[in-house]
Design a binder for this molecule. Sequence first.
Ligand SMILES: Cc1cc2nc3c(=O)[nH]c(=O)nc-3n(C[C@H](O)[C@H](O)[C@H](O)COP(=O)(O)O)c2cc1C
Length: 233
Amino acid sequence: MNLPRIIAFASAIVAVALVSVTWTTLAQQPGTTAAATTSAPVRVALPKPRAEGGMPLMEALKKRQSARAFADRKLSDQTLSDLLWAAWGVNRQDGRHTAPSAMNRQEIDVYVAKADGLWLFNPKTHDLTLVADKDLRALTGRQDFVKDAAVNLVFVADYSRMDRSLTETDKAFYGGADTGFISQNVYLFCASEGLATVVRHLIDQPVLAKAMGLRDNQRITLAQSVGYAPAGE
Ligand SMILES: Cc1cc2nc3c(=O)[nH]c(=O)nc-3n(C[C@H](O)[C@H](O)[C@H](O)COP(=O)(O)O)c2cc1C
């Protein structure tokens, strides 16, 4: 092979390697689907959360309850921002959250299914990344009302953030327990704000996981519908 041919051959190999590395990196971004990997992820800022005020804790505890009927009314961006901060926002300089997590693994991701798409909440930057530009609310549960809720939160445990030495049973336990604290934060926020909510495990998990583009080591733990109650309820 003469020199120009050797250079052309080497350039072709470098180009193929670069395309392969770029594709692998994009494909491994958490929460991205095949559709979302073809261009830069869409990120949307949330208003600064109003991390103050609200109902006194004992009153919110008195009002905490599950509700399964929702009005056709959206949450404002501010209310969504406050909800997500209450659920799983960062509340300290060291990056810890409003809910505890075993060994501070922070393995729960909060996805937000709204009419305009499925979003991943990024607590550190307090913004949302678009995961799918489809309305997936109806797929977030087996109950008919889920399609009506303004927002369905889907809690997902990322097993890759847990020690490999843990058994599947341990991982499921920690994922479930850590989700429970987030869910109760949502319940108390909703009680304080006059919103309707219910946490749910009746979910067709394989169908929802596929629609969300989850990886094998991501497990849906629970979902939670949030919205306004119909007038008179
Ligand atoms: C782990 C868990 C899973 C639940 N799954 C569902 C569900 O799939 N669908 C539903 O309508 N409610 C579900 N609930 C809500 C309970 O039915 C509800 O909390 C219970 O009836 C008590 O009512 P309260 O929350 O108003 O006190 C679940 C609650 C928990 C804690």
